[in-house]
Ligand binder design. Structure first.
Ligand code: ARG
Length: 461
């Protein structure tokens, strides 16, 4: 146990439990690469502006590379008594190169150090998830394209009651649209957090003649943050990342719910691949959609991570408070969780088999073309509200006798309305129903083909 880097004013050693409670090295060692990158940029700048001599810069730079090599090799000893990643790296540097290591921390505080490390991490994570979201979107687009050739029909639902037939490809394209926005949210967040807080120092800036623009540029940031209090005290970049994660998780959870439901014996719309399902230890017949259930369940913890950090931040006065040390684990966890869920779905969806006869038959039941019959009447001049009433009566008649609309007799149809002639049979088919919904953004095959084409273009770099 060495003397604390901040130990000057203390007469008594830190209590053991306090040390344990206070330490973040258990999780923030994940920021080691970013921490050393930040230090390398800082020390180079200290040399450029003449605060450190060239040989000091050289020693510190070489030492930092040595520490980084140890960390990468797994031979670095992370010490709890050194509290966090920053002081572990700095103390290891001192062990390596001696007291000159102490000059690295000139014109810098751990407050701007952690802020810059965490921004670097979160920006990379946001861009990485943007890429993985894009990859899943490409997979779903390919699925939309694949099922377009056969014009596979799926029941469309509202309130989980059969509503109107749609193309399976149209369903896939709905998720393509959501994922496109999700990717945009990650990229927007990355662009907004693209400012370097390094040089904000503890909270108020520093009397040293530092060059914040130089360190910002060296670290790949567009510019330095404009206000030092904001630079060290704000975590909305992490909140924005977590918000984008939460919304993406909500989308993936809805997808999961649909896949779980549609793979049941009762629906039988699809078969999930053996490689991405699991069995039961007691019931030999079981094939469980665990991946989708976990994807749905893990949305809960991703939401929790967002809510957790919002709650941490809301009561903290400016600028840095130790509460902010709680900002990291939720970001790491959300990033890891979504990285794996996005990859799993990208692998699983192309291996999922859709049963076109089952989905088509299901799409035809439940009076899914009732709106088409009402439109059939309305096209002949009957006010839509009246047509709605007439067809509602027909659905009542049919359901009371356990029949579908196409099983009603010509007499029954004519009795309901004189304009309901033999031609209405066409309006009752799912193929016709889908073909007719040719409004922009609708499910008609030609429209979906256009949408697929546009989505492919949007994905072409
Ligand atoms: N481990 C701390 C964190 O993650 C680093 C900053 C500590 N600064 C301080 N003044 N205690 O937030």
């Amino acid at each position: 146990q060495d003397r604390k880097l901040w130990g000057g004013r203390f007469a008594e050693a830190t209590d053991g439990l306090v040390e344990l409670f206070n330490a973040s090295v258990g999780f923030d060692q994940r920021l080691a690469e970013q921490d050393i990158r930040g230090s390398l940029a800082h020390v180079a700048m200290l040399g450029q502006v003449g605060i450190l001599a060239p040989d000091e810069v050289a020693q510190i730079t070489e030492g930092l590379h040595g520490v980084l090599a140890d960390i990468r090799a797994g031979s670095f000893e992370w010490r709890l008594d050194r509290e966090d990643v920053h002081m572990n790296v700095e103390a290891a540097l001192r062990d390596r190169i001696g007291p000159v290591a102490g000059k690295l921390h000139t014109a810098r505080s751990r407050n701007d150090q952690v802020a810059v490390d965490f921004r670097l991490f979160t920006k990379e994570a946001a861009l990485d998830l943007a890429g993985k979201t894009r990859a899943l979107r490409a997979v779903m687009l390919a699925e939309a394209d694949r099922h377009l050739a056969d014009e596979v029909i799926l029941p469309g639902y509202t309130h989980l009651q059969v509503a109107q037939p749609i193309l399976l490809s149209h369903w896939f394209m709905a998720y393509v649209a959501m994922l496109e926005r999700d990717e945009g949210r990650f990229r927007d967040a990355a662009a907004r957090m693209d400012e370097s807080p390094l040089g904000s120092s503890a909270l108020a800036g520093t009397p040293w003649p530092i060059d914040r623009h130089a360190t910002a540029a060296a670290l790949g940031f567009t510019r330095p943050t404009a206000n030092s209090l904001d630079g060290v005290g704000s975590r909305d970049f992490a909140l924005e990342f977590l918000s984008a994660c939460a919304i993406l998780s909500a989308h993936l959870s809805r997808l999961s719910e649909e896949l779980i439901l549609y793979s049941t014996f009762e629906f039988g719309f699809l078969t999930l691949p053996d490689s991405h399902t699991t069995g039961s230890s007691i019931m030999p017949q079981k094939k469980n959609p665990d991946v989708s259930e976990l994807a749905r369940g893990k949305a809960g913890r991703v939401f929790g991570n967002l809510m957790g950090l919002l709650t941490v931040v809301k009561g903290t006065p400016l600028a840095y408070n130790k509460d902010l040390q709680e900002d990291k684990e939720g970001v790491f966890d959300s990033y890891d969780t979504l990285s794996i869920v996005l990859r799993l779905y990208a692998e699983m969806l192309p291996k999922t088999v859709w049963h076109a006869e089952v989905t088509r038959a299901a799409a035809a039941r439940g009076y899914s073309t009732a709106t088409d019959v009402a439109d059939f009447l309305a096209r002949q001049g009957v006010p839509f509200r009246e047509a709605h009433e007439v067809v509602g009566g027909l659905v009542g008649t049919a359901s009371r006798s356990g029949r579908q609309l196409w099983e009603l007799t010509d007499d029954e149809l004519r009795a309901a309305h004189p304009l309901l002639n033999a031609e209405v049979a066409r309006a009752l088919t799912v193929t016709e129903s889908v073909r007719n919904r040719a409004s922009f953004g609708g499910t008609a095959p030609d429209r979906v083909r256009e949408a697929v084409r546009a989505a492919k273009e949007a994905l072409t770099p």
